[in-house]
Design a protein around this ligand. Structure first.
Ligand SMILES: [Zn+2]
Length: 417
């Protein structure tokens, strides 16, 4: 397979090259979610790109039909750090424990993490005395190396894989967490994995799960960083096209619901867990264009209800702030047209690099969360709603007295959890 997925508009499925992509939901044109603006840049034009959530009826892959140059979406100074999210650290420790037990890992084994960010997952393996190597394109690689997590800075491909094998040997396990759906050169990545992985090694990947996304109306997981939204059937197809087999899968709670998959070189049967999950996917309508469009319609309904709720609060003369400004929330704000006329400001924890900047597209100022406690606006929109319950408890404890607004899946006002 030498297939290359180009940058720009694509009219073919990213896995099977099927030409009949169906648009399930169009978000119009949206900016890159990490492109926060300085005050000066508010006077400049702002670039936006098509954001269409599509589906391939041939192999069942949900995907975008526009790919932005990865250098723009993941620049060297890409701000996201996995080590700052407690929920992710907990998940990484649990993944390291699971893999150590399942594959009887010893100090001789090498674990390679592709898209290793600041090395948070590899640290969990290193703490167990297992050999590690990270591969990461952004400057997060430097931070990882400074912390003693061995990391090569670069985009993973066949060349990097060959060089790494010469230097460090083959890997018993290759992991990719929240990166396998992000990279456009999917087939090149798998070629690299083929070079790096032991013949009896395992490739383990975690990505947001289409099933949770659709059933939970998590429309804010749809943005340009996520090129594909995985369910199991298209993954089985992908691995069979590239000389691998999907052997096992399990659902995990990370990032609003994710799927962890296991693949091996050669032909192997899938576990009973895989077959059970596929049945549940079929029941949920993940391979049915009509049902997918119904989910899309429910997302549009949620958007309209949220707008009505916020407008109603605002018309009564109350103030609304937003708690947190996660990158993913910019799809929700942009799609719903929630801007600085509705939201006075978005609060981030002290020290966040977003403080002093403005949200892309919607231009809501981002401020230190201290302002929320001083100001006490009547309402606070919970933008990290997928960890909303935890967040509401913390904000109450810290002294916020107003009401909370949960935006999704059903927009509602919450006083107490
Ligand atoms: Zn396809």
């Amino acid at each position: 397979m030498t297939k290359k997925i180009p940058v720009g508009h694509i009219d073919k499925c990213q896995i099977c090259s099927g030409k009949n992509l169906e648009t399930i939901l169009s978000f119009g044109h949206q900016p890159i979610v990490q492109n926060y603006l300085t005050e000066e840049r508010l006077n400049e034009p702002e670039i936006t790109y098509p954001l269409n959530f599509c589906y391939c009826p041939n192999c069942g892959l949900a995907q975008l039909d526009y790919i932005i140059d990865p250098k723009l979406v993941f620049p060297l100074n890409y701000p996201y750090r996995t080590g700052l999210t407690k929920m992710l650290i907990r998940n990484f420790c649990s993944l390291a424990d699971t893999l150590e037990k399942k594959y009887h890992l010893t100090a001789k084994d090498l674990i390679v993490d592709i898209g290793s960010n600041d090395g948070s997952l590899l640290k969990a393996f290193k703490d167990k005395g297992i050999k590690i190597l990270g591969i990461e394109p952004t400057n997060a690689a430097e931070e990882a190396n400074n912390k003693g997590i061995r990391t090569i800075q670069g985009y993973f491909n066949e060349k990097i894989a060959s060089q790494a094998v010469k230097r460090y040997g083959k890997a018993k396990i290759i992991t990719m967490t929240n990166a396998f759906a992000h990279i456009n050169n999917l087939f090149e990545i798998i070629k690299g994995i083929n070079i790096m992985l032991d013949d009896d090694g395992i490739f383990v990947s975690e990505s947001q799960y289409l099933s949770d996304m659709m059933q939970g109306l998590e429309l804010d997981t749809i943005y340009h960083e996520h090129l594909r939204f995985y369910s199991l059937k298209p993954l089985i197809k992908l691995f069979s096209l590239t000389g691998f087999s999907l052997v096992d899968a399990e659902t995990i709670s990370a990032a609003g619901g994710s799927i962890r998959i296991y693949a091996k070189k050669g032909k192997h049967p899938a576990s009973s867990r895989v077959n059970k999950l596929i049945k549940a996917e079929e029941t949920a309508g993940l391979y049915d264009v009509k049902k997918l469009k119904q989910y899309g319609q429910r997302m549009i309904n949620a958007k309209q209800e949220l707008m009505a709720l916020l407008t109603n609060c605002k018309q009564k003369g109350t103030r609304i702030a937003a708690i947190g400004s996660p990158a993913r929330s910019n799809t929700l704000l942009g799609f719903t047209h929630i801007d600085s006329h509705l939201i006075d400001y978005a609060c981030e924890k002290s020290g966040s690099p977003k403080i002093g900047l403005f949200t892309p597209g919607t231009h809501i100022p981002v401020v230190d969360e201290k302002k929320l406690f001083e100001d006490q606006p009547e309402y606070a929109l919970v933008l990290s709603w997928h960890i909303g319950e935890e967040l509401i408890k913390i904000m109450r404890k810290m002294g916020y007295k107003g009401k909370f607004i949960m935006p999704l899946p059903t927009p509602k006002i919450v006083i107490n959890i």
